[in-house]
Design a binder for this molecule. Structure first.
Ligand code: FES
Ligand code: MG
Length: 594
């Protein structure tokens, strides 16, 4: 370790050893002594390390951090630091109504204030459940004190009658079995619960595994840390190493802005394709990047990520689960496979262990090529996203690799125009409207329809709803129509494999083009040109826009809490990271007291 700063440079000295203000020093000190900390721990030049605690009884996915934190503390103390555990606003993906996404920015905001306003020299970020990872990385980005992330780790594999049952993904299957009378209500519950056999986060390649893998891909976790299952001994061991390492990072003055560079984000986009990452990833990474002042948009995702092959064979796209991913080598094996083919754009970026991504991963290879495949024999050739644009929105994401053969045969088989289709719009305003109308024969939905969901974006349904993947009407399903094209300004769960066009920005509630769409409008979608356009004549659209304004804009439901209101007033677009607008003017704020 090369020390770049000395004891006098520690931020916490401003509180605990301030010769200019001995009275305040005494005041700050006495209360932190009152539960048993000693003056030696606070005044002898030990870095004070915050542990941003996202585990609690409300957050079962991250709850195991309460246990792991004991090992983090041991590591911090062994390396000569002092620990202060810091509560983070809870974000449980499966527990928070209306959506956990609403709370990502709230947790961000409160953690920024905590890291900024208290005597902390560095921080361990306890990540795991979907939104905890981006919230904590965003806060570390804004404050820019030395920070290292620690995954809680995925749950063990779920099993039922000899088959793997994966988080989220099993729920879709259980619904079908219940509907077919193969299981009853208790059987339904038993099957779903089998997918959650231990502490930890979702064991499928949903948003949690995606974002934990990307935190490592960005260089913010120790190599190999993302995939180790929560109950494994290695999880406790890497917690200890993470605690040790953050203390050295303080002395090295190694900060998030040095690690999460434009180059690191470019690596992460490539790795996201290779792991089969969630469509929520562009929202979160674009948001983290903005808090660092790094330019990143959905065009970058298409340009850098679309042609990258899918290597990781995890549900929902594949067969396996988190334990298998870990045994096969996790993120370092994926990076090593990509590097061997010259596909990692920037092997020389620095990571939290002080070494480069290339140094950490060059020699790593898949230990089980059924689970982490090779570039020569991938699961899919092109696993990334395309970024669509047109008069319906400026930007929307589509994962083209999940388009099924039957969908392709139906919509993308015109020999003269093989990448485009036209259809009649059926427009839903939010999930309730969808449930009320989808099976109504009066809507006359047929195979030539495209289903649109609006009012489900950051402002429309505060935080954005995961509702864009809509099922066809029951009467069409009975005729064998499994899926209709879906487009919307909401999101889709990372555990679902539908080829929806989603995260459309700007959203209808912010006056985006979707707001002017009406039932029956002809719409053309071209996956080659990456366009989505209403074919309604321009003068008609102009007249609708005039009426829309005159009627006071989009009629979104009222906010139900103060935060919902503040969030809606301040939040931006999905493609721009869904951050609180103008929060990104506060960058690198940790030294403002210095
Ligand atoms: Fe928490 Fe999936 S619900 S990780
Ligand atoms: Mg989710």
């Amino acid at each position: 370790m090369t020390k770049k700063i000395g004891i006098e440079d520690l931020r916490s000295r401003k509180w605990f050893m301030n010769p200019d203000n001995p009275e305040m020093t005494a005041l700050y000190l006495e209360r932190y002594l009152n539960y048993g900390l000693t003056r030696g721990e606070l005044q002898s030049g030990k870095p004070i390390i915050g542990i941003a605690q996202t585990g609690s009884d409300l957050s079962p996915c991250n709850r195991h951090h309460l246990e792991l934190t004991k090992r983090v503390r041991d590591g911090i103390i062994a390396a000569g630091g002092t620990c202060i555990e810091v509560p983070v606003h809870p974000i449980q993906e499966t527990g928070k109504r209306p959506t956990a996404m609403l709370d990502r920015n709230l947790a961000y905001l409160s953690l920024v204030e905590t890291l900024f306003g208290y005597p902390l020299d560095g921080v361990v970020l306890n990540i795991g459940c979907d939104k905890t990872t981006p919230a904590l990385l965003m806060a570390a980005a804004t404050v820019n004190i030395p920070a290292i992330a620690l995954s809680v780790g995925p749950m063990l594999n779920g099993w039922f009658k000899g088959e793997r049952t994966g988080s989220g993904t099993i729920v879709w299957k259980a619904r079908e079995m219940l509907a077919a009378g193969e299981i009853d209500d208790d059987g339904f519950m038993e099957l779903v619960a089998s997918s959650a056999p231990s502490v930890g986060y979702c064991n499928t390649m949903g948003t949690a595994t995606t974002m934990n893998s990307l935190a490592e891909a960005l260089g913010m976790q120790l190599p190999g840390s993302a995939a180790i299952p929560a109950p494994y001994r290695e999880r406790g061991q890497i917690s200890y190493e993470t605690g040790r390492r953050i203390v050295d990072m303080v002395w090295e003055d190694l900060r998030p802005s040095q690690i999460m560079t434009r180059e690191a984000f470019e690596n992460a986009i490539v790795i996201n394709s290779a792991i089969g990452g969630s469509t929520n990833a562009p929202i979160h990474l674009n948001g983290i990047a903005r808090h660092l002042g790094v330019p990143l948009d959905n065009n970058d995702w298409q340009k850098l990520g679309h042609d990258v092959p899918l290597l990781v064979n995890l549900q929902p796209a594949g067969e396996y689960l988190g334990e298998d991913y870990s045994h096969a080598g996790g993120v370092p094996a994926v990076v090593g496979e990509l590097m061997a083919e010259g596909m990692l754009p920037h092997p020389d970026v620095i990571t939290v262990n002080g070494k480069t991504m290339g140094e950490n991963c060059a020699d790593m290879r898949s230990a089980d090529t059924k689970v982490i495949k090779t570039v020569a024999d991938p699961l899919k050739a092109q696993a990334g996203f395309i970024n669509l644009t047109g008069n319906l929105f400026d930007s929307a994401i589509m994962k083209t690799s999940v388009i099924s053969e039957s969908f392709r045969a139906k919509y993308l088989s015109n020999p003269e125009d093989p990448n485009a289709f036209e259809g009649r719009a059926v427009v839903f305003d939010g999930p309730e409207d969808f449930h009320n109308r989808i099976d109504d024969p009066a809507e006359a939905i047929d195979e030539n329809c495209i289903l649109f969901m609006r009012g489900a974006g950051p402002k429309g349904y505060p935080g954005g709803a995961e509702v864009v993947n809509m099922r066809p009407p029951s009467y069409l399903i009975k005729q064998g129509v499994e899926a209709l094209p879906c487009v919307g300004d909401g999101r889709q769960s990372g555990t679902s494999g539908s080829p929806s066009i989603l995260n459309a920005s700007p959203e209808a509630a912010a006056g985006g083009g979707l707001a002017l769409l009406q039932n029956g409008d002809p719409v053309r979608i071209d996956l080659q040109k990456c366009t989505a356009n209403s074919l309604v004549p321009l003068d008609e659209l102009a007249e609708r826009a005039r009426l829309f304004e005159a009627n006071g804009g989009y009629d979104a439901p009222e906010s139900q809490s103060p935060w919902q209101q503040y969030f809606r007033e301040k939040v931006g677009r999905f493609d721009e990271g869904m951050i609180l607008e103008d929060a990104d003017k506060y960058q690198d704020i940790s030294r403002r007291f210095m």
